[in-house]
Write a protein that binds this ligand. Structure first.
Ligand SMILES: Cc1ncc(COP(=O)(O)O)c(C=O)c1O
Length: 339
């Protein structure tokens, strides 16, 4: 089987592209075989050496890697800080004017660690003062946010101001693969210039078929999104009522901040998984400051309120164990090789 540029893709790939474009309200869409490589390569393709990238400092690794390939200037702005973005847009505008290039601003729709939404509305408003194109990675917003599940742009009423919209199938669609949606002219350009797609195989057929079905479910079965939010509100409300710090999340991503060391976090998450049946990812230094533990919970539409109850009780227990030194002792034993 040759690369996509040589052997192409199928009618079903094209059907999925059309349905995705229609769903997110863009002229065209382009399927990507992986989210990470896809957006990395999109960034690489969209900019040339005279262009300037301005992006949120907390951007996902795939965005950072895409920016790393850029041969021209790039500026970061402080996380979700519109004032800092504006300062950097002024710097970027000077460079772009000198070089005759353009500016690409990149934000996430939802920042996946802390769950807060990117300030898409405020960023889009800056288009009246500065000339730039806006790329949004809406990995966590697609399917979960907005009246129709069209994502953070729909939620904030600025979907039309997003020039290049990216989402992966890895979150609300529980699969792999991804897509880019934009004006036809941009998508056509990406189709024939994006290295990670032209020189690799197209999205596997079973994933294409699966994505068509999942997209159909997002479109026609709103009860799943409603159920997701019932679970999100129950979990986030319950955690807050128990005095947990869940930061400023505005999505189903539910971070729980605790104080403790990395070995304590390891013992805690193992206990949560093996004793309480609750799986969650942990984030520690250097992603967040030393001494902090971030436990990231992501409820889904298939969880039940009983699952939420079990999770809340488990969290109450593990906090007590963390505070009374249980995990410190277990981690010391683990490190001494006693299991
Ligand atoms: C914001 C964001 N962008 C891109 C990706 C990469 O997507 P994929 O896992 O489909 O390669 C992720 C995955 O976690 C993500 O969170």
């Amino acid at each position: 089987m040759g690369a996509r540029m040589m052997s192409g893709h199928t009618d079903l790939h094209e059907q999925l592209e059309e349905e995705l474009a229609d769903f997110v309200g863009k002229e065209a869409a382009y399927l990507l075989n992986f989210g990470y490589q896809g957006i990395l390569s999109t960034i690489d393709t969209l900019v040339g050496k005279d262009d300037v990238i301005v992006y949120d400092v907390d951007a996902h690794a795939c965005i950072i890697d895409g920016v790393r390939l850029h041969l021209g200037k790039r500026f970061t702005y402080k996380h979700n800080d519109v004032e800092s973005l504006e300062k950097n847009l002024q710097r970027a505008t000077k460079v772009a004017e000198q070089k005759g290039g353009g500016i690409l601003v990149i934000s996430e729709g939802v920042f996946g660690m802390r769950g807060e939404q990117g300030k898409l509305k405020e960023i889009a408003a800056l288009k009246s003062k500065y000339s730039f194109r806006f790329l949004v990675d809406d990995a966590h917003g697609f399917g979960t946010l907005g009246k129709n599940g069209r994502g953070a742009g729909e939620e904030q009423g600025v979907q039309d101001d997003i020039d290049v919209y990216f989402a992966t199938f890895a979150k609300s669609m529980a699969s792999t693969g991804a897509f880019i949606a934009a004006d036809k002219e941009i998508v056509d350009y990406l189709r024939y210039n994006m290295r990670s797609q032209m020189f690799a195989k197209s999205l596997q057929m079973q994933l294409v078929k699966g994505a068509l079905k999942r997209l159909d479910m997002i479109r026609t079965r709103p009860e799943f999104k409603d159920k997701l939010w019932v679970n999100v509100h129950a979990l986030q409300g319950g955690l807050k009522a128990q005095g947990f710090d869940i930061g400023t999340t505005q999505s189903c991503v539910t971070p729980v901040y605790l104080k403790g060391s990395i070995p304590e976090a390891m013992a805690l998450v193992k206990d949560l998984r093996e004793k309480y049946g609750v799986f969650c990812s942990i984030v520690v230094y250097p992603v967040i400051p030393k001494g902090l533990i971030l436990l990231r919970l992501i409820p889904t539409a298939t969880h039940t309120l009983e699952d939420v109850e079990i999770t809340l009780n488990a969290f109450s227990d593990i906090r007590e164990k963390l505070e009374n030194g249980t995990y410190k002792r277990i981690s010391e034993l683990m490190m001494a090789g006693v299991s």
